[in-house]
Ligand binder design. Structure first.
Ligand SMILES: [Zn+2]
Length: 209
């Protein structure tokens, strides 16, 4: 999967679009002016955020709204799975009970629908789960209430399912490509919010550990 990045040249300031691979942790680029420069990504640029860069590229540059929706949902789902593996593996280290990637994959499948998966993975980190975590944070609650009229604070996981994953399913299951810019923008914003919530969750757990 190719991830687009807009990188400005340090010397001539020309901005150019470059593509990296999903798991690259650094980039290098040679500008037309002859300057060669490179950089590393911080640990906050997770796989989910990189997929979100691709979603934004499809939304803004290519205006492929259905594909943008697919990438927005994938960004959130990928980050959620990443946390599932990460925190189960850390728990396994602490308890000394080994758990294989296949077992963890099976566990993830057993959760079934995405709304259940969101809550169950979040409970690894915050025992009351995703919805309650957002409600416990004044900043996140206000962001949802003021910035996301399509999301209900008390039904947040259901609404993530219906407003982000159902449009994704319409694209992938029914080849519905009738989505407009507003639809893709809404999905992109919901996925961005979702990644921010997961980031806060992860930070809370790391801080507590
Ligand atoms: Zn340059």
């Amino acid at each position: 999967m190719k991830i687009p990045l807009r990188i400005p040249c340090n010397t001539c300031k020309k901005v150019e679009l470059i593509f990296i691979n999903l798991y690259d942790t650094s980039f290098e680029r040679e500008c037309n002016c002859g300057d060669i420069y490179s950089g590393f990504f911080g640990s906050d640029v997770t796989v989910g955020y990189k997929i979100l860069f691709r979603s934004r590229y499809e939304l803004i540059e290519r205006e492929d709204y259905s594909l943008s929706i697919v990438f927005s949902a994938a960004a959130f789902e990928c980050e959620l799975s990443h946390l599932h593996f990460k925190w189960n593996n850390i728990a396994a280290l602490e308890t000394g009970i080994q758990v294989s990637d296949n077992q963890l994959e099976e566990l993830l499948r057993r959760y079934g629908s995405i709304d259940v998966r969101i809550e169950e993975v979040s409970k690894l980190i915050y025992p009351l789960g995703f919805k309650e975590f957002v409600k416990s944070s004044i900043e996140l609650s206000q962001t949802v209430i003021n910035g996301f009229p399509s999301l209900r604070l008390d039904e947040l996981t259901t609404d993530f399912q219906q407003k982000l994953f159902w449009p994704r399913n319409r694209v992938l299951h029914l080849a519905d490509t009738s989505f407009k810019k507003d639809d893709a923008t809404r999905c992109f914003n919901i996925a961005t919010l979702g990644l921010k919530i997961l980031e806060e969750l992860d930070r809370k757990k790391r801080g507590a550990g």
